[in-house]
Every structure is written in C-alpha cells, then in structure tokens.
Design a protein around this ligand. Structure first.
Ligand code: ASN
Length: 556
C-alpha cells in the first residue's frame, strides 16, 4: 500500500537527505505551580519559563540552533516570532520542536474563570493551522474544570490538546514538572488524539472525566469512571485507541467562548439539609442551571411533606435546569431507589456518571448555545457530546496482546478495498470493531484517509471522515492527505478534505508552492499558490457543489 508521489526535481534533492521528522507543538503557559517561584507572600507564578526552566535541561533542549516559530498572539492576527527549542530524538524516531507562549497575566489556577478559558480557546484557534498539537500549562487546583470547559468549547477538534501542570515547581529540586511536561510533549508530538486531555503522573486522562484527588501527592488526578486514554511506561506510551473520540462531522474546527458561568450553581446535599436552603439558591437572581450533588445512585432526602421535591419541581417549572450527579467517586446516577425516582419524576435530569466539574461546565456551555431552551439543555445533559458520560454501558472490544497479525491483515484488506473503490467492503471492515484502523498507518505511514485521498472514490473518503478519520495525520514523508489529493489532481477530494478542516502543514508549503506553479487550479483549492482559495470561500463554494452532487444523487 504505497502512494507514489509525483515529486518535482527541486524537491527530490531535499527528499533524499536523511532527516528526522519533527512535530511542532505550541506550549501555552497560563500559570500554576509549574512556573512558580518563592516570594515573601508565598509561591507566585513567574515569567521566562522557556529560558529559565527548559533551555538548560538536555531532555528539553537538544542544543541545536534555535529557529523562530510564528505564533499568532492576539485577535488582530498579529504574528510574532518566538525562539523554539527541540527535544532529542524520541523512541519513536521523531523530535518535538516547540515554543512557549506566555499569557500576559500568569495565574494561580484558583483564580481562573470563563474569561481565562476563552483566552486559551482563542489562542488554540488562532494557532490551529501553525502547529500539530497544543500543550497547555495550568495550575492543578482548577485544572479539571478547565479541561471540562475546553472540551466543550473546542468544537470539531481534530488535533491533540493536552493540559498539564505540577504539584512542585519546575525549579524545585524534587519536582514532577519535568516528567509531566515531557510526557505531554511526547504524546502531543506523536499521537493524534483529537480530544482535550489531561496528562499527569504518566497517565493521559480524558479531560472532562478527570478530577483532582490529592492535594500534594504526585498522583494528583484520576478519572474514576473512565480508564486512562494512555499510560506511559519505561518502554513507551500505550494508547487505548478503542477509547479515543474523533470528530465525525464534515466541519471545521471552531470555538464557542461565551459560557454562561454566572447563571449556574452547584449544591451538595447533606443529611438534614433544609428545603429553604435549596430554595434560596434556586431563587438567586437569573439562575438558569443547578448541579445537585446527591447521595449514592442519585438519592436525596424525601422529607415528610415532600417539601424538598416540591422546591425542585417549582424551580424546574420556572425554567431552571437541575442536573443530578452523585457525590461518589465512581458509578452513575440511576433510578433504582424511590428517593432517586421522585427526583426524576419532578423533572431533575440524570447526569449519569458526569463529574461535577463536567456537569457544571457543560451546563454553562449548553445554556450559552444559540437558541438554547431548558428542554434542549435538559435533553443534551444526558447525552454524551465529548465522551464526558457513559450513555449505555457496552462491553469494549479489547485486542489481546500479539494481535498484530490481525491488525496488519485488516489494514491491508482495507487498503485494497479503498484502492478498488469498494465502499461496501470498506464499511464492512470498519463495522467489525475495526475503528482503530482509521488512524492506523501502513509501513509508509499512510493512514486509510491518505489512501482514500488518492483513490477514485469520493464516497469512501467521505465515509472515512464521517467515521472519525483524521485529516491531520502525516505519512513518513511528512505528507497530509490534502497534499496527496492535490498532488494527484483530485479537486473534489481536495474540497471535501478542506471542508473537514484539512490544511497543508507548514513543512509542506514549500513543496506545494513549487507544485502550484504547474497546476495552480487544484493547488489553489488546497489553499496555496497564486489562485489560493480561503477557508471561507471553500466552505461557500463547497456547499454549492455538494448540493449539486446531492441533487445528482452521487453524494452518499
Ligand atoms: N495553586 C496551584 C494552582 O492551581 C496548585 C498547583 O498548580 N499545583 O495554580
């Protein structure tokens, strides 16, 4: 399964030089203990993290010449060159080139709010096409809230976003900062995990499933209702590919920044709580949503006169969305007991196994969506939008160790089906619990999406994208599927990939510029050269053409 590239002579020379591939990662510094230094009033965040903490450490700096990396620094699109550093070669035969972009104001994370979350989301969005992945440095205190909030704010995310921090500052003799940051950089630089994740103490958690479980232990985080997405050992990082969520829409990455955090609240039930207390919270001016932390499988005190239930039912009638989550660390809210069932009869939404952090930020996100109604918010609170809750418990298909042969075989069969344009066969293969194949690669680093990008069948490409195939993976030559499709002159494939958020990687642009001299049309569609089409034009033109195809009955 190889794809022959039509490389023009100028590039052939460059290709023949042995080179070690580099991933480009943007580190966004928001503050937290990781960058703190002592002051007379206690530890405070300090600037200059890259120079003071990373440049001197061989594992973070291989000593090579520092090149500049472009970073978009504000809303006006202003680009500033930032000096980069590079890690030594990893066990996966890559290096990670990165730069640290520091926020104006560095925070202890206990002071972060929705404004800070919006700033992080905007920084990712502004730099989305310039980097392969993003690592966000953040304090640990409110890290689980930020992870949850970002998981909803970053919509149709196609690249890896990892948040991390530390329990001890990087400049302390014994610290966890170095391991947490290096682990995050290596995962971000090698694996396409298009989710908001939290990396801590050698584990990669789904961000919106995580919570802080220890104030000073190095194992400060856990995701009690979801096994880690990946675990780093002394040998390598093992990714649990069956668990990884992928975008399944033909849509661009976008952000939603205005969360309604000021009109949501959280209340923990305790034995003896008075209905009047709950009523007082529910009558707070402008309140639109409440997360109620209940006992066990979602139970609250009944009371003799049903006063508590009546207070909740009245608030729901006034349009307030009340979500039931458990105070337990593991397990789900379920209507097993009479006390829990009466809550759901009153209209309280079952938050299933949502963490409080995820429930609160999801409520704030849903309430701020255009056209949100209490009904739409209540409905979506019980649905999984980003893997934040378990809708139904299904057995997860696990591959035993040593299943490599089956894996390689399945990928080969899939490759043939794609090359032959056999959509039915492709669908069958992926239906057989083979979703992990989507972002798997053959010996030349081509994923199924790479293969489909140059195969004649547009419906196969569309099918793979709608199953969650990544448009951002690069093959061993560093090529994205978009580059291959443009190089093969397949305009419709190029348009479909761009509608799905594909863009040329910065390492490909020089080659693409040269190729565009020969074929300006298709390369213009890919976003390069004299007849370059912008994302916006592409979306508009794309929709029209798509509509035409639908009318002609050729679109799936
Ligand atoms: N107070 C610190 C923070 O959250 C705690 C930490 O980062 N370990 O910013």
């Amino acid at each position: 399964m190889t794809i022959m590239e039509d490389i023009i002579p100028e590039m052939a020379e460059q290709q023949s030089e042995p080179h070690i591939p580099e991933s480009r990662v943007l580190i966004i510094m928001t503050g937290g203990t990781i960058c703190m230094r002592p002051s007379p009033s206690g530890f405070i965040p300090a600037r200059g993290f890259q120079e003071q903490c990373l440049a001197r450490v061989p594992t973070f700096n291989d000593g090579s010449r520092s090149t500049m990396m472009d970073v978009v620094v504000d809303n006006t699109g202003q680009i500033k060159g930032h000096p980069s550093l590079r890690t030594p070669q990893t066990v996966y035969g890559r290096r990670v080139r990165y730069t640290v972009f520091e926020f104006e104001e560095l925070l202890d994370s206990s002071s972060i709010d929705a404004k800070g979350w919006a700033e992080i989301a905007k920084t990712v969005e502004r730099n989305y096409t310039l980097f392969d992945a993003f690592v966000i440095l953040h304090g640990t205190d409110s890290l689980a809230y930020t992870c949850s909030a970002l998981s909803f704010m970053l919509q149709n995310l196609g690249k890896t976003v990892i948040l991390t921090g530390s329990q001890a500052p990087m400049l302390e003799l014994q610290n966890d900062a170095g391991d947490n940051l290096l682990g995050s950089l290596v995962v971000a630089g090698h694996f396409m995990i298009p989710e908001v994740c939290l990396y801590f103490n050698n584990k990669l958690f789904r961000g919106n499933r995580s919570c802080k479980v220890a104030a000073s232990d190095f194992a400060a985080f856990n995701s009690p209702n979801c096994v880690p997405l990946a675990v780093t050992t002394s040998m390598r990082t093992n990714v649990n590919w069956d668990l990884i969520n992928r975008p399944t829409n033909i849509q661009h990455f976008s952000i939603q920044t205005n969360l309604d955090t000021t009109h949501v609240a959280c209340l923990r039930i305790f034995p003896g709580i008075k209905p009047e207390m709950i009523d007082a919270v529910l009558k707070l001016d402008g309140l639109r949503g409440l997360v109620l932390e209940t006992f066990g499988a979602g139970n609250a005190p009944h009371g003799q006169d049903n006063a508590l239930i009546n207070v909740l039912a009245d608030a729901i009638k006034r349009g307030i969305v009340i979500v039931n989550v458990t105070q337990c660390l593991t397990g789900s809210v379920s209507p097993v007991y009479a006390t829990g069932m009466s809550l759901s009869r009153a209209g309280v939404v079952a938050g299933l196994d949502l963490t409080t952090e995820a429930a609160l930020t999801k409520l704030a996100y849903l309430l701020a969506l255009p056209n949100a109604t209490p009904e739409s918010v209540a409905r979506d609170m019980s649905r999984s939008l980003r893997g934040e809750l378990t809708e139904v418990s299904q057995p997860v298909f696990q591959h035993p160790d040593g299943a490599l042969t089956e894996r390689v075989q399945a990928l080969t069969v899939l490759g043939y089906a794609i090359a032959q344009g056999d959509l039915q066969r492709v669908e069958e293969i992926l239906k057989l619990e083979h979703h992990y194949l989507l972002n798997d690669a053959d010996y030349s680093g081509n994923t199924p999406v790479h293969l489909a990008a140059t195969s004649p069948s547009l419906p196969i490409l569309r099918f793979l994208l709608m199953q969650g195939g990544s448009v951002h993976m690069r093959n061993s030559n560093g090529r994205t599927p978009l580059f291959l499709a443009a190089n093969a002159g397949l305009s419709e494939h190029v348009m479909l990939l761009r509608q799905s958020g594909a863009h040329l990687h910065s390492d490909e642009r020089a080659a693409a510029q040269l190729l565009a001299r020969r074929r300006p049309g298709v390369w213009g569609l890919a976003g390069i050269g004299p007849r370059e089409i912008s994302d916006r034009e592409m979306e508009e033109a794309g929709e029209e053409r798509l509509a035409e195809r639908m009318m002609a009955g050729s679109a799936p």
